[in-house]
Design a protein around this ligand. Structure first.
Ligand code: ATP
Ligand code: MG
Length: 420
């Protein structure tokens, strides 16, 4: 037991979370904050979602919400979860459960009223603390000691807990990378290695969420290295993992004061060629935007090393600032630690010193020179744009006019040759 002060958890009383707790802490029922929010508050780091557990049955939770005029969505009613929305803040409220029987991987779940068994159903001791509205932290599994030691330990026998849900292997490394310190817990690590075959059966969505969170955690390099040492990365990535470039990408992001980007880090870890990017997009069910970003990074990134400034400007113009920066960072990350960082930093920050002008010639400039609308116009514009880039983005009217004339002369002579 431990006591939290209003400074530790200002959101506990008053405010939207306090309102949900007050609603459910009445008429013989009890509600507490559980999971990540309690853990983070004790670690004095910002909290994410506030999850709430209660003895009240889902119907009763919904009845009370309705009576209080609180919006209520049955988001996971099958497993006892409803979401209450107070002042635009969503709270997942889950009725306590107990496993009545365990059939291998699937547990038969019944609603319960027992906080101790709810704690034991959770994965790690630091994730199993519950916090009542009066600020008391309830610890049934040694979570407080592990918070103090920043130790991520399975609750109960690691092998058994992993066999119930193989996602816990990934969560073990993810939670350690984000909240743990030092080496991963040995018994947990060995159990993960022994159970690695189970990773193959996990759904892409669940793996995706945990992996992307892992890649941006503070301790990502050490955790990912431990996973690689234990043979746990191959079943997840389905290809080679490049640990050096992964660490180098994180270092490069930090040097440039960029926010950690999970997809950019994933590319450093696992993308050498665009086939890798395509495989990862499928395996991890990346969104369209993410798939495009990672694919672009994998596309001939090796040509970006050692560019002169003029070439770099052309690439920046073609790719746009984000794609240019990300692909360049991949090339830098792959260049090895012996590479001199100065030229890389200069290339990576080019878009801060220079922004590409817009191509000043328009279709009308070529129609005025007798080019017909249609494919020929597109062709001449491309030729002129290439010439404009090769000439280093001139904006002078006379120079532009020469570029336009020459492009028109080229398509006229090539159409005489019978070429399109
Ligand atoms: P974050 O702040 O990153 O969201 P979190 O601890 O809240 O971390 P969630 O994935 O949101 O992580 O899960 C909420 C809680 O549910 C966990 O703290 C843990 O108690 C429990 N939990 C989640 N996934 C599992 C699982 N696979 N097995 C057992 N318990 C789990
Ligand atoms: Mg959470």
């Amino acid at each position: 037991m431990s006591q939290m002060t209003p400074e530790d958890a200002p959101w506990l009383t008053g405010g939207p979370a306090g309102r949900v707790l007050a609603l459910l802490n009445d008429g013989g029922e009890e509600a507490r904050v559980v999971g990540g929010a309690v853990r983070n508050a004790l670690l004095k780091i910002p909290i994410g979602d506030i999850d709430i557990a209660t003895t009240a049955l889902p119907d009763e939770v919904m009845r009370r919400a309705k009576e209080a005029g609180i919006k209520c969505v049955p988001t996971g009613i099958d497993h006892g979860t409803v979401t209450l929305v107070v002042d635009g803040h969503p709270f997942e409220v889950t009725t306590l459960r107990e496993d009545t029987e365990t059939f291998g991987r699937k547990a038969k779940v019944a609603f319960g009223r027992d906080w101790i068994s709810d704690a034991h159903r959770r994965d790690f001791t630091i994730n199993a603390l519950s916090l009542s509205a009066d600020g008391v932290v309830h610890d049934y599994v040694g979570g407080l000691d592990d918070i103090a030691a920043r130790r991520v330990r399975f609750i109960g026998n690691p092998a058994e807990r992993i066999a119930e849900d193989y996602l816990r292997i990934l969560r073990f490394f993810r939670i350690h990378a984000a909240f743990g310190a030092g080496e991963v817990d040995r018994p947990g690590y060995l159990a993960c290695i022994a159970a690695r075959e189970g990773l193959a059966a996990l759904s892409a969505e669940r793996v995706r969420t945990e992996l992307l969170k892992l890649l941006i955690a503070d301790g990502a390099v050490a955790a990912v290295t431990a996973m690689a040492d234990g043979g746990l990365l191959l079943p997840i990535l389905g290809g080679v993992a490049y640990l050096g470039p992964f660490a180098a990408m994180i270092a490069a992001e930090r040097r440039l004061a960029l926010t950690a980007d999970p997809v950019r880090r994933l590319a450093a870890l696992a993308v050498a060629v665009t086939e890798d990017a395509k495989r990862l997009a499928l395996r991890l069910r990346l969104s369209n935007a993410e798939a495009k970003a990672i694919d672009s990074m994998g596309h001939r990134w090796w040509r970006l090393g050692g560019m002169d400034e003029a070439t770099a400007k052309r690439r920046l113009y073609r790719l746009g600032a984000d794609r240019y920066r990300d692909r360049l960072l991949l090339a830098w990350a792959r260049a090895g630690t012996a590479a001199d960082p100065v030229p890389w930093l200069e290339l990576a920050t080019l878009s801060q010193r220079w922004s590409a002008p817009k191509f000043p010639l328009k279709g009308a400039d070529f129609i005025a020179r007798g080019v017909a609308e249609g494919p020929a116009l597109g062709h001449v514009l491309t030729l002129a744009e290439d010439a404009w880039l090769a000439a280093d983005f001139p904006l002078d009217g006379v120079v532009l006019s020469v570029i336009a004339d020459q492009a028109v002369a080229r398509i006229n002579s090539s159409s005489k040759d019978g070429r399109p």
